[in-house]
Design a protein around this ligand. Structure first.
Ligand code: GLU
Length: 497
């Protein structure tokens, strides 16, 4: 039995999220691995929405799921929005298919209607608990179940409660005792299938060859195997991913433990390629010490053998590191566009804006790991001084610790002749708006050296930026140009009075 239209030899993987809210790193990583495996093997990657639990459904989740994958360019070949040979890709629209298979199993005597009320079931459960035995429905199988009319739950009749053995592509050979097998529900009384049933029918229809999923499904695998057997089909290969642990490495990351919506990282300015690289390494490695991969390189390198059994830790510092590495790969024009989109309009009023940006961009490229840091620099006033004369208190001219070295008794008044001398050196020089930091340095260096580098350079820097921490005075002089540099120094002299 193989109703699929996908070529059975072709690799087919799927990502099958339930629309129960935003996507966090765990779900996205599952999608990433399933996608990479399909891409590497020229296979098909399917997006299927498992929306059979109407109570847990959260509105807008499907769009959110798609947006998250699209941000990372994890593209699907078949899915609810684009269709495909095995459409529809929303489980809620496939009820007829599940019903057909359910009826077939019922007709064959492999499944039966569950006649019990919730209260009766609860009583069985209590009884088992009191006897300190695991509750097994199959111990209470009704002798003459009613004909299934779709209004009662339909349960699979476990034929042989044996030890289950199977192979997992990551975990190796696994087994579970007979207590893992019970008569589980295939169809609920509301007419919807359970996950346990629906995913198996869909994987069959869609020709799925490899199931990439989280480790919480290992314990249900004996049940899945019983169902594959009842349906007389070969199971796909199971590829169980390691859990993602929180930053302390002790607890599995979950939405309740601060797992973030993946799109938050987008809003924070992380690059999609960095995110992919980061996720790739939570639970996989290429077997050597390479770490920085573009998505295309990751696809090339990806294989199931590289997936770890043990849980991987979510370490956001590592994400920042990956982001910086991927920032280095951006072209100057892409970096510039990204940076400029974060700068306030008032900067752009500076007639020298474009010219100054050419000098500022290398500084930003050096300092910034994530674009959001540019926004932070704007709010803390760490970029304003490039475009506007700084406001500061004259004491700041003295405040830099290095400047004081050996000149602890210096007063602000002592700085007046120093700044005047610097102004005259700049005005007498041949510096222009296109002079480099090195050229600015050569104009000031000898004087700074003879007078005391600390006091001269730190005062000049404070006069140019109004900040204790900022780019060095030569870089500032080059970006501002000699005229604006001299103007700001003159203002400092006036301040000293
Ligand atoms: N709908 C399941 C979930 O969201 C998917 C499990 C699977 O991939 O089979 O966890």
């Amino acid at each position: 039995m193989n109703p699929t239209e996908n070529n059975p030899k072709k690799i087919v993987t799927r990502f099958a999220p339930s629309p129960t809210g935003f996507m966090h790193v765990g779900g996205v990583r599952t999608a990433l691995y399933a996608w990479a495996f399909a891409r590497k093997n020229a296979g098909t990657f399917i997006l299927r929405i498992e929306d059979t639990d109407k109570e847990r459904e959260v509105e807008g989740s499907i769009e959110q799921i798609m947006k998250s994958l699209q941000w990372l360019s994890i593209g699907w070949d078949e899915g609810p929005d684009i269709g495909g040979p095995n459409a529809p890709y929303l489980q809620s629209q496939r009820l007829e298919t599940y019903k057909k298979y359910a009826q077939m199993l019922a007709d064959k005597g492999l499944a039966y209607a569950d006649p019990y009320t919730p209260e009766e079931l609860e009583a069985f459960r209590k009884e088992a608990e009191e006897n300190k035995k695991p509750f097994l429905y199959r111990n209470h199988r009704p002798e003459n179940p009613p004909v299934w009319d779709g209004n009662q739950p339909l349960r699979l009749k476990i034929q042989d409660a044996k030890v289950s053995k199977w192979h997992d592509e990551v975990r190796g050979d696994l087994e579970a005792g007979p207590e893992a097998l019970d008569d589980f529900i295939l169809m609920k009384s509301d007419g919807y299938p359970t996950y346990n049933f629906a995913h198996i029918i869909d994987d069959l229809y869609m020709g799925v060859t490899h199931i990439f999923r989280a480790d919480e499904f290992i314990s249900s695998t004996p049940k899945f195997l019983a169902l594959y057997e009842a349906l007389e089909i070969d199971p796909p290969k199971f590829v169980t991913l390691p859990p993602i642990m929180g930053p302390d490495g002790k607890k599995k990351l979950g939405k309740r433990d601060g797992a973030k919506d993946i799109l938050t990282y987008k809003d924070e300015g992380f690059l999609p390629d960095a995110m992919v690289n980061f996720l790739a390494f939570i639970g996989w490695n290429p077997g050597d010490d390479r770490e920085v991969f573009t998505p295309a390189e990751f696809i090339q390198a990806f294989d199931i053998e590289g997936i770890q059994k043990a849980g991987g830790k979510l370490n956001e510092e590592k994400l920042v590191w990956f982001n910086k590495e991927h920032m280095k790969k951006l072209s100057d024009s892409t970096f510039r566009a990204g940076a400029e989109s974060l700068l306030p309009a008032e900067f752009k009023n500076d007639p020298a804006y474009a010219r100054k940006m050419s000098g500022i961009l290398p500084i930003l490229r050096e300092r910034v790991s994530v674009f959001k840091e540019i926004t932070e620099m704007v709010s803390s006033g760490d970029l304003h001084y490039f475009f506007m004369a700084p406001e500061y208190n004259s004491e700041l001219l003295l405040c830099a610790p290095k400047m004081r070295k050996g000149r602890e008794d210096a007063t602000v008044a002592d700085l007046k002749p120093i700044l005047e001398k610097v102004i005259s050196l700049i005005e007498a020089s041949s510096l222009t708006d296109t002079s480099t930091p090195e050229e600015c340095r050569s104009v000031l260096w000898d004087y700074a050296d003879s007078e005391g580098r600390g006091i001269v350079l730190w005062a000049v820097r404070a006069a140019l930026t109004g900040k204790e921490r900022s780019p060095d005075p030569f870089a500032m002089c080059s970006i501002l140009g000699p005229k604006e540099t001299a103007e700001r120094l003159r203002k400092a002299v006036e301040k000293i009075g």
